[in-house]
Design a protein around this ligand. Structure first.
Ligand code: EPU
Length: 418
């Protein structure tokens, strides 16, 4: 089991390069099944979730090479038969549910065990199933395995009851080769929805409207291989912006799409920080004392739930009272008890956490309970006095590429102990 040891109190300075977007990559890799051909997927992050998907696709009969240095995956799905993804593999990550949409789309059949992923709430998949059923699939659940099957898939109008990233992407994948037109209403608008739609279009699909709340998909007969480059990781970029802010540093965050980071930029400016935007980079210049702010997580373009935990780590030291309202996941305050070990003053009631800023956190032994909780604890460690020891680092490795290396380059005192 790895641990991260962090000595707090050093201002981060320099430039950090942001990797490819995890949440796009984990959809794009399964989506390559639709091609039945060779896809070159570029700018993939070298993270655990990508390695798990590589293992799953290999099990399914795909030929997969991942050049970690070049960040390119060559995946040929010509020999994949219909998907059966066992519990042992599906439980490894949330994105295993994308194998349902991809396999259903190509083979009109899929069998995938319930997905795993971070324990941050109940995370139902009823909207995915509703979408598959609307396209004509029969979906049954037996012994923890989701079976979806159709004679043929026929385009339909689907109104999502909740705005869901996963359901929007899964339905897009299943509908690519359905007969006729599919319309997804109340679709999610996150940047990775657009990225996955662009990838599907590069493979020959006909999808319009991704990035708005109405997505139209005209079914095509066949899809093909392509070369595609994944967009930069909005959440990793936001995490480094928050790390710069937490330490009063001066950091250039490179290889980003600044527009995707507007909600974080706006909050940091409200906290009194300077954020400069350039074509593909952002500069965050910190301050020793941060102002309190309130945040409420919302679907894109609101403040992303994935940055709520990292943001709340900073609010432990912002002057005054800050209120954090989590509207997406009911279980995303597990980092709070760990922050309290470090001296944070926080009260949680339902989906609201109230932070009273303290002068300085103090380093302690803490445990990551999920991916973004882990990032929050690293931020807390960077701010705290003394040494913070974060265990369960495997959660962090699922979604952040070389986190301690990137932080060391920025002047943090951090090391991994196995
Ligand atoms: N929901 C339903 N029914 C469904 C699907 C979702 O009620 O069928 C609810 C969920 O319970 C949640 C809300 O809708 O309350 C939004 O869930 P969504 O489906 O959008 O989330 P997801 O697809 O499971 C992805 C990311 C998450 C990110 C969310 C929100 C992946 C693999 N995961 O999850 O990323 O928090 O979208 O943006 O893309 C992370 O990276 O740390 C992470 C958890």
């Amino acid at each position: 089991m790895s641990k991260l040891l962090i000595e707090g109190g050093y201002k981060l300075k320099g430039k950090v390069n942001i990797s490819g977007f995890k949440n796009a990559a984990v959809a794009i890799i399964p989506a390559s099944i639709l091609a039945g051909d060779l896809c070159n997927i570029e700018n993939l992050p070298n993270i655990e979730d990508v390695h798990v998907l590589k293992r799953i696709l290999k099990e399914l009969g795909a030929k997969v090479d991942f050049h970690e240095e070049k960040k390119v995956m060559q995946v040929n799905t010509a020999n994949v038969k219909e998907c059966f993804v066992s519990y042992e593999l599906a439980k490894e990550l949330r994105a295993s549910y994308y194998l349902l949409g991809a396999s259903l789309g190509r083979f009109k059949k899929a069998k995938v065990a319930f997905p795993g992923g971070c324990n941050i709430g109940s995370r139902p998949i009823d909207q995915h199933i509703k979408g598959f059923e609307a396209l004509g699939a029969k979906v049954t659940i037996e012994h923890g395995i989701i079976h979806a099957e159709a004679e043929e898939l026929i385009g339909a109008e689907i109104y999502l009851d909740v705005v869901s990233v996963g359901a929007t992407i899964n339905i897009m994948m299943a509908a690519c080769m359905a007969k006729g037109k599919t319309i997804i209403e109340n679709a999610a608008k996150e940047p990775h929805i657009v990225d996955v739609a662009n990838f599907l279009n590069a493979m020959g699909a006909d999808i319009r409207g991704a990035g708005t709340d109405v997505i139209k998909i005209k079914g095509v007969e066949k899809m093909k291989g392509c070369t595609y480059s994944v967009i930069p990781d909005q959440i990793e970029a936001g995490t480094f912006m928050l790390m710069a802010a937490a330490t009063g540093g001066d950091v250039i965050i490179d290889n980003v799409i600044p527009k995707h980071l507007d909600p974080i930029t706006a909050k940091l400016r409200e906290m009194g920080l300077q954020v400069e935007e350039y074509g593909e980079s952002l500069r965050v210049v910190g301050k020793d004392q941060l102002k309190n702010v309130n945040i409420k997580t919302l679907v894109y373009p609101g403040f992303p739930t994935d940055l709520q935990q990292p943001m709340s780590a900073i609010l432990t030291q912002a002057k005054g009272t800050s209120i954090v309202t989590e509207t997406i996941y009911e279980g995303r305050f597990k980092h709070v008890s760990e922050l309290k070990r470090m001296g944070a003053k926080v009260k949680v009631e339902g989906n609201v956490a109230v932070f009273e800023g303290v002068d300085r956190l103090s380093g302690a032994k803490v445990s990551a309970t999920d991916l973004r909780a882990g990032a929050a604890l690293v931020i807390a460690g960077l701010m705290a006095q003394g040494i913070t020891e974060v265990d369960n680092v495997h959660y962090i490795d699922r979604g952040y590429e070389l986190i301690e290396k990137k932080l060391l380059n920025l002047g943090a005192k951090i090391k991994r102990s196995e």
